[in-house]
Design a protein around this ligand. Structure first.
Ligand code: CA
Length: 230
C-alpha cells in the first residue's frame, strides 16, 4: 500500500460479490481490503484506515448497521451501503445510522464505481479558502463551522455524516429559498439525473432527527427550505 493510494474497505460476506467489487475497484486504481463479517470489518477499519467503506447490510457476527455505528464512533469515514431492496434502504436511512449513500442490489459495477467516485469527490472537496463561505455560519440555535465541518446545536456538538453536513450547508447557503430535490441531488450528491430523490428525503429525515423537526421546512410538491427567520 502506497501513501497516496485511496484505500477502500469492502465488507461483504458473499465471496463472489466481494471478489467482483474488490477486483473492479483495484482495477480502477484503489487500494482494497475485504472483510467478511461484522467483527472483522470493525477490526479492519481500525487497522487499514480506509478512506471509504463499501458495506453490506446483512452480515454474520453483527450487521452492517452496527459496523457503521462502531466505525463512525471511532473515526468519521464515508460509507456506501449495499442494500437488498429499496424499502430496506428507506428503513436504514430512517434509522440514521450514518451511511452516506446507498446502492441497491443487484447493482452494476459501473454504477458502484460512479457512486464511490462521487462520494470521494464530495468528501475530498477542497475546504480551505472557500470564497463564498464564512467560516462560521449561525442560524438560530445552529452554529456551523464550514472549514472544520463541525455543527453545534445550542452549544452542543452534533455529529453529522459528510453527506448530512453537505446537505445542511447547501440549505444554509440558500436560506429562505426553496430547493427542489433534483437541485439538492445535483448539488450535494453530484448526481446528474434525478432518479434518486428518495435519498434526499431520507437524509432530511436524518437531519431533522439530529437537529430538531423545526429547522428544515417541507414545501409540498416542491422541495425543502431552511427558514430565513431561524
Ligand atoms: Ca450479506
Amino acid at each position: 500500500m502506497t501513501g497516496n493510494e485511496t484505500r477502500i474497505l469492502i465488507v461483504e460476506d458473499e465471496p463472489t460479490i466481494a471478489r467482483a467489487v474488490a477486483d473492479r475497484l483495484a482495477a480502477e486504481g484503489f487500494g482494497v481490503d475485504v472483510a467478511a463479517d461484522g467483527p472483522a470489518a470493525v477490526e479492519r477499519a481500525r487497522a487499514y484506515e480506509p478512506h471509504l467503506i463499501v458495506l453490506d447490510v446483512m452480515l454474520p457476527g453483527f450487521d452492517g448497521l452496527e459496523v457503521c455505528r462502531r466505525v463512525q464512533a471511532e473515526r468519521p469515514v464515508p460509507v456506501l451501503m449495499l442494500t437488498a431492496r429499496d424499502d430496506e434502504t428507506d428503513l436504514i436511512v430512517g434509522l440514521g445510522v450514518g451511511a452516506d449513500d446507498y446502492v441497491t442490489k443487484p447493482f452494476s459495477m459501473r454504477e458502484l464505481v460512479a457512486r464511490v467516485r462521487a462520494l470521494l469527490r464530495r468528501v475530498e472537496r477542497p475546504r480551505p479558502g472557500i470564497p463564498e463561505a464564512a467560516d462560521v455560519v449561525r442560524a438560530g440555535p445552529l452554529e456551523v463551522d464550514q472549514r472544520a465541518r463541525r455543527v453545534r446545536l445550542d452549544g452542543r456538538e452534533v455529529h453529522l455524516t459528510p453527506t448530512e453536513f453537505d446537505l445542511l450547508t447547501c440549505l444554509l447557503r440558500n436560506r429562505g429559498a426553496v430547493l427542489t430535490r433534483a437541485v439538492l441531488l445535483e448539488q450535494v450528491w453530484d448526481w446528474a439525473d434525478a432518479s434518486g430523490t428518495r435519498v434526499v428525503d431520507s437524509h432530511v429525515k436524518a437531519l431533522r432527527r439530529k437537529l430538531g423537526q423545526g429547522l428544515i421546512r417541507t414545501v409540498h410538491g416542491v422541495g425543502y427550505s431552511l427558514d430565513a427567520a431561524s
